[in-house]
Ligand binder design. Sequence first.
Ligand SMILES: [Zn+2]
Length: 90
Amino acid sequence: MMIYTVEQIKKRIVKLKNQGHWNCKDCGKNTFKNNKDYYVVTDKLWLKFGISKGMLCFGCFEKRLGRPLIKEDFKDCGVNQENILVKNLK
Ligand SMILES: [Zn+2]
């Protein structure tokens, strides 16, 4: 595992933002602006329904999945704990 400084992380985020990395690949919505669209699903789901590199907003991922997301679909990590939509799932 590599350890990054806060400065390096900030630089990387800006770089990714400029590349349109944060835009949902299906609808073009910026997932960085709205943290409801920033989440991490399990590797299994992302491999099957996601896109390897890039972002999908909450709604577009559900569309691809063909059903509403449930708690078990998400990884137990900090990103999801910050996400109000994920937190409110039963
Ligand atoms: Zn979308």
